[in-house]
Design a protein around this ligand. Structure first.
Ligand code: CUA
Length: 141
């Protein structure tokens, strides 16, 4: 009789531990199931990439094409310039660009159109009788 009384709280404690433990386990396994079966969350939209404008430019005696080159303010401009005949140059002083264009080799230049306006570019390598007239305009709108 005297022994039975202290035993009961131990059983009670055991019961609590067992019930509590199984509940906890149940919650855990429940939680583990939830994430995979939870709705296929829509993919996070890709962070807006920098605006890049890629333009192919051809140089030949004695013109650039396209001319004018039109871009938008704030765009990162990537020009792929190729000469289809002799060696020319591409000089766009407003954006610190001056490249030599050897025939058949694509030259890539990149700059950010940070200001609005019309900026002249020109051939910077003597290429024949029309060299001094070989020019164009970059328009940043
Ligand atoms: Cu083309 Cu000088």
């Amino acid at each position: 009789m005297v022994i039975k009384i202290p035993k009961q709280p131990i059983f009670l404690l055991l019961l609590i531990v067992l019930v509590g433990g199984s509940l906890w386990l149940g919650m855990r396994s429940g939680r583990q199931e939830t994430p995979p079966s939870s709705s296929p969350t829509p993919a996070v939209p890709p962070t807006p990439r920098e605006n890049v404008r890629e333009i192919e430019v051809t140089a030949k005696q004695f013109e650039f094409s396209p001319d004018p080159i039109r871009v938008k303010l704030g765009e990162t401009v990537r020009l792929s310039i190729i000469s289809t005949d002799v060696t020319h140059g591409f000089s766009l002083p407003e954006f610190g660009i001056n490249e030599t264009l050897e025939p058949g080799k694509t030259v890539r230049v990149e700059f950010k159109a940070t200001k609005k306006g019309e900026f002249p570019f020109s051939c910077s390598v003597f290429c024949g009788a029309g060299h001094s007239e070989m020019r164009g305009v970059l328009i940043v709108e």
